[in-house]
Design a protein around this ligand. Structure first.
Ligand SMILES: Nc1ncnc2c1ncn2[C@@H]1O[C@H](COP(=O)(O)OP(=O)(O)OP(=O)(O)O)[C@@H](O)[C@H]1O
Ligand SMILES: [Mg+2]
Length: 280
């Protein structure tokens, strides 16, 4: 498979509080190549630069150094055409659940009847039947998050970037969503970059897990997940192969956590600071 996304030596710094010219590196020399149709998950200690990385990938922020190529071309700003949608853009408060889910479909010029059919499908999928006409302020956090996930899945981008998308949904819904994401991915061959604090989710979903080190954020190690496909997280998590991979990632994260500097901590598996974007 050809390379879809080439992340080359990305660095992103912020000025240090108090220090006039000193810089703090949220990401330093971060490189990763993702193949067409590959499912890559990213785990790392809280504050290691995962959300910063996604901001750079979608073109919301500019790197100090390095570049990102998609299909061999450097990215500019955010672009719907490029098919990158980051989980977590706030829902439009003036649109209902259905209106939010249909937004991307309207942008694409899909006729009303088809939009309706598609939004019906995704509303059912994320278990929001009966809430179609509710506005975001009338929903719980998890329901808002499910609406945002439905909106992204309905929009159907070529590259799916998700930042802890299932962090605020209950365990059962999480499993349903994971399986749905896997089945959509299997059918469509999307390229996925998925950030999570759950090792089980990272291993269960991925072709490869990129484990990041603590600030400055870099890829510490990439773990190949050679578990059979098609796969469902719920059915493979008790297999010895899965458990071995889980422990491998867990060890790497424990070391990443211990070798780090200051920050607010939170080993993966235990939810760390939830990126505001993931809560919606
Ligand atoms: N706008 C900003 N100004 C200054 N520092 C920032 C800014 N945004 C992020 N940082 C810092 O950059 C580092 C990386 O933040 P980032 O949000 O990318 O971490 P993360 O890996 O997504 O963490 P989490 O797992 O908790 O979501 C953190 O130390 C954070 O404090
Ligand atoms: Mg984050």
């Amino acid at each position: 498979m050809p390379d879809k996304i080439e992340i080359q030596n990305l660095s992103r710094s912020y000025s240090k509080k108090g220090g006039k010219s000193e810089r703090f590196y949220a990401l330093k020399d971060f490189s990763l190549t993702v193949r067409q149709g590959e499912f890559v998950t990213i785990v790392g200690p809280s504050g290691c630069g995962k959300s910063t990385l996604l901001d750079l990938l979608i073109g919301l922020a500019k790197p100090d150094e390095g570049r990102v190529l998609i299909d061999g071309k450097p990215i500019g700003g955010p672009s719907l055409d490029r098919g990158i949608v980051l989980q977590g853009y706030a829902l439009f408060p003036w649109r209902t659940v259905r209106g939010n889910i249909e937004f991307g479909l309207e942008v694409k010029g899909i006729p009303k009847a088809s939009r309706r059919e598609m939004s019906d499908y995704y509303i059912k999928l994320v278990d929001l039947v009966g809430f179609e006409n509710h506005y975001p302020y009338e929903l719980s956090g998890g329901m808002q998050q499910r609406t945002a996930i439905a909106r992204i899945l309905a929009y159907d981008p070529a590259i799916l970037m998700m930042d802890e998308p299932f962090a605020a949904v209950d365990a059962q819904t999480r499993e349903v969503m994971q399986d749905e994401l896997l089945s959509i991915w299997e059918k469509t061959g999307k390229t996925v970059i998925f950030v999570t604090h759950s090792i089980e989710e990272a291993v269960g979903l991925a072709d490869r897990v990129a484990v990041m080190s603590r600030s400055p954020g870099q890829v510490k190690e990439i773990v190949d997940i050679n578990l059979p496909r098609p796969r469902r997280v719920g059915t493979i998590r008790n297999t010895p192969e899965f458990v071995a991979l889980f422990h491998r990632v867990w060890e790497l994260l424990r070391n990443a956590e211990q070798s780090g500097g200051k920050d607010d901590g939170g080993i993966a598996g235990v939810s760390g600071r939830i990126h505001p974007a993931a809560v919606i």
